[in-house]
Design a binder for this molecule. Structure first.
Ligand code: ATP
Length: 341
């Protein structure tokens, strides 16, 4: 049985319940996960300050795999601090139609948004020039663009999918031109993967009109941010998805991979056995895929979608189950599926 060391970044609100669900599923996996917990809850962050983050990052560098639960943004944003300290260069956001979740979209969608985690318009808040004018700087860097492109092509190659790179290279000639140039360089190393460029505005319309034409999409930071939210809107849920952040070494190999549910801390329902652990469990499926446990990943995902479709789920998505009974049911079905595989 393969064993993986995973740093578990505990947060606030519903975080302990999400952790219990993840552990319950980890207990029935066909591989072993040894968790090293780090308490990133707000009281502990206040008490320990920078030393706590240093400890977390040191462990993440050592074990290379982490799962993180929602943290309250107070004096600082833990996500931002971790991004800076770990040098996360790429964010991966899978977004797929979820059975049983109401939405305003007639079609189905199954995409992977791969974005550069830094730069774009997000590094510079800008400045006023007199009263009537303001400017800001937009940044595209070759190395993170190359990491994002390589990650996108590897993901597509592993799953027999195609890659679309998207930006506004016809207008942002220097910045987005550099991004597309880097993508073209990486593309040459993956001759078996189909690739096309699409202007970002046209892609936003295309995704709605012909979603079947899109699978892995790679783009600069802010476009990825907009696109992820649009895609989540199409599937009718911002909170049910997961995301992953990757840092790389100089050779381009993944140095740290951190997986997290996209939703917030939901303090209003914390500790009440009401929260939906779906996004945290989807984050676990992505962690398993990345670790090389493809079958366990696919099976767990299939069980989660089956539960949703049958409304064997928590109340927020139309079911009647509490967090713990839902988790137990997912674990039971997962074990049954593995036994018949
Ligand atoms: P934060 O400040 O961390 O974003 P929040 O409560 O303001 O916390 P969310 O956590 O996104 O924002 O919650 C918004 C609403 O969605 C709340 O009513 C919350 O109870 C509900 N919610 C959020 N996550 C879940 C979940 N995992 N399961 C069930 N309901 C949830």
């Amino acid at each position: 049985m393969n064993t993986y060391q995973v740093v578990e970044l505990l947060g606030d609100g519903i975080s302990p319940e999400l952790s219990r669900s993840v552990h319950a599923l980890a207990d029935v996996l066909p591989c072993r996960i040894e968790f090293t917990p780090v308490d990133l809850s707000e009281p502990n962050r206040r008490a320990r300050g920078a030393a706590l983050y240093d400890e977390a990052v040191e462990l993440m560098k050592r074990h290379r795999l982490a799962i993180k639960y929602p943290t309250a943004t107070t004096a600082e944003s833990p996500n931002q601090v971790l991004r800076d300290l770990c040098d996360f260069a790429v964010i991966h956001r899978p977004v797929a139609t979820l059975p049983g979740i109401e939405n305003n979209f007639k079609k189905t969608i199954d995409i992977d948004v791969v974005r550069i985690a830094t730069g774009g318009t997000y590094e510079d808040a800008g400045r006023r020039i007199g009263n009537e004018c303001a400017v800001s700087v937009r940044v595209i860097e070759r190395q993170p663009a190359a990491h994002a492109a390589r990650f996108a092509f590897q993901l597509a190659a592993a799953q027999g999918k195609s890659v679309v790179s998207t930006s506004k290279w016809t207008i942002q000639k220097a910045t987005d031109g550099l991004f597309e140039e880097v993508v073209d360089g990486v593309r040459a190393q993956f001759p078996a993967v189909q690739h096309r460029r699409e202007l970002f505005d046209s892609l936003l319309a295309g995704l709605i009109m012909k979603p079947e034409r899109y699978s892995v999409i790679v783009c600069p930071n802010e476009y990825g941010d907009f696109l992820s939210d649009q895609a989540c809107g199409l599937i009718g849920s911002i909170g049910l998805g997961d995301s992953a952040s990757y840092a790389f070494d100089a050779q381009g190999a993944v140095r740290i991979a951190m997986f997290d549910p996209a939703g917030g801390t939901a303090p209003d329902i914390a500790g009440m056995d009401l929260c939906n652990p779906m996004a945290a469990l989807l984050a676990l499926t992505n962690l398993l895929r990345h670790a090389g446990e493809a079958q366990a990943s696919t099976s767990l995902r299939a069980v989660l979608l089956e539960c949703l479709a049958q409304r064997c789920s928590t109340r927020d998505v139309g079911g009647t189950l509490g967090t713990s009974t839902f988790t137990a049911e997912v674990a039971r079905r997962f074990q049954a599926r593995l036994a018949h595989a």
